[in-house]
Write a protein that binds this ligand. Sequence first.
Ligand SMILES: [Zn+2]
Length: 308
Amino acid sequence: MHYTDLHCDTAYEIYKTRSGLKKNNHHIDMAKAGKYDRYSQIFAVWSDNDKTDDENYEDFFKVRSYFIENLAENGIILCRTGGEYKDFEKPDENKNKNRAFLAVEGGKLLSDDISRLEVLYENDVRFLTLVWNGVCEIGGAFNSEDGLTEFGRQVVKRANELGIIIDLSHSSDKTVADVFEITDKPVIATHSNSRSVFNHKRNLTDGQFLEIKKRGGIVGISLCAAHIADEPVFIKDAIKHIDYYMSLGGENAVCFGCDFDGADIPEDMENVADVEKICAELKKIGYGDILIEKIMYRNADEFIAGNL
Ligand SMILES: [Zn+2]
């Protein structure tokens, strides 16, 4: 089975602990991901609210260079375009099958300087989670009532021009509504479950899910236990979110964005290798092979190949 995942915090985690990607004690390393025939991952560099905007901006470059060294050591190809990404389909280029993309989670590091977005693009960032927590120069996150600021609107427009995909996970309802209003481009939610299944502000309303889907975007199921159900949380609880999104017509929009190395995951999972356990459960409850493949990688791969 192939596996493509829209969100993890592993780049930051391995930088902090200098533990590398080959084999570590985190959710993701290449030994664990070796379970999959081909593994593609969007790796996010996170903006920490306890640091200043400038400190976060400086950190980005440090995390990125450590991460890129690690990709090279592990034969993982950092992609910047859909074309580069699709190269795995060429039969004789299959030697290095694992692919990475670089994202930023939380636009706080931009401060109020739009030129930083251009620098991030030049430094391989192709996905931007606009906000993370609270309020920054861009606008409000899920735990605030704020929407996009003027600067936030500028960021969305410039990201569209540059070819950086906007990620609405963590945004407040008002920020999501403002983004829908100012752009027609496909947007995604890299790691967001359903609010109808579990009432948490980090989760998407049906209306938000349907709008993302209508625009040709994708939504990653998060394994962050706090956003799945009341504790204790198990795989079966995460599956309720998948099932519900399917009932909203999510067959071509749902994938995984597990939030590995950024969250506590269900009790019956240990790491990235266990996403296969979810597949096995889905199979047991009647999901067909084609639908499982769509959720595991095809929906994400098609979106990336078509939009980057
Ligand atoms: Zn997150």
